[in-house]
Design a protein. Sequence first.
Length: 92
Amino acid sequence: MSDGHDDRLEALASATERDDARFARALAEGHPERPREYRRGRAWWALGGAGALLFVGIALPHGLLLAAGLVVAGMAATLFDPHRRHPGSGRR
């Protein structure tokens, strides 16, 4: 390959390392894993917690638990967005 292509590949590798170091490290070791955009474990846990708050708020007619469940459900829904900005990534 030409030097221009090598420079582009090096820039792409450094950008990947900067954006998702865990993915880049696993890829270099030959055991790739999902990129950050597709790791949604925290989102499912938050959605489960929101469902639990909603259920308890309905079972014990308590408006504050219902409201908290709805707020947490809204926060969990944003975690499913693959194009959200990540804290500490330096992008604004």
